[in-house]
Design a protein around this ligand. Structure first.
Ligand SMILES: [Ca+2]
Ligand SMILES: [Ca+2]
Length: 187
């Protein structure tokens, strides 16, 4: 529908895909190079934020240890520890109709589990992508095209509500750090 998005590009889901209510968000990655001696365990997590860009409570932080948001609108389908194989390696489900009124932004991040101990970063990861699907049909896809040589955490994309419309933006901002970096930012 929207095809391939470039970094920073936004699409208006409410306006251009009004029938889209239940969205499956797939995150994929592969390892591009050298064997670092450990698996690459990338973790997809979701921060659901209020109008001040903060978590109303930690129940709106969805990750492998908290697989459902307080309002049950965001569900995490589970941890993939290697990224082996094509397609989506971790999947998150979003039901726009169930999102709590106070939530105006849903941020999808990807971090590398134990990046420091395993000496890993996004420069060693290939084919990173985030895509939105409607009943198995791809609606939009963003492929990370930058080579992050030191970053270990990534804000991949976000859904946000503006003037009553849900929009999606391909973000692609890299950080050094891990999940705690985002918790510090959003708490
Ligand atoms: Ca994982
Ligand atoms: Ca993969």
């Amino acid at each position: 529908m929207f095809g391939l998005l470039s970094k920073g590009e936004r699409v208006d889901l409410t306006k251009e895909a009004p029938e889209l209510e239940k969205i499956t968000v797939g995150l994929g990655w592969d390892i591009n190079s050298t064997d670092t001696g450990s698996d690459f365990d990338l973790d997809a997590s979701v921060f659901m934020l209020d109008k001040n860009s903060k978590l109303p409570s930690t129940n709106f932080f969805v990750f492998y240890n908290n697989k459902s948001s307080e309002d049950s609108s965001v569900l995490h389908y589970g941890d993939n520890r290697t990224g082996a194989g094509d397609g989506d390696d971790e999947v998150i489900f979003v039901d726009l109709a169930k999102i709590d009124e106070k939530i105006t932004e849903i941020v999808f991040v990807v971090t590398i589990h134990e990046a420091e101990a395993r000496k890993q970063n996004f420069g060693q990861v290939a084919n990173s992508s985030i895509r939105l699907m409607d009943s198995g049909k791809e609606v939009a896809k963003y492929e990370l095209d930058e080579d992050f040589s030191t970053e270990t955490a990534l804000e991949f994309g976000k859904l946000y509500k503006k003037n009553g419309s849900w929009k999606f933006q391909a973000v692609g901002t890299g950080y050094k750090g891990g999940l705690q970096t985002f918790l510090d930012k959003y708490q």
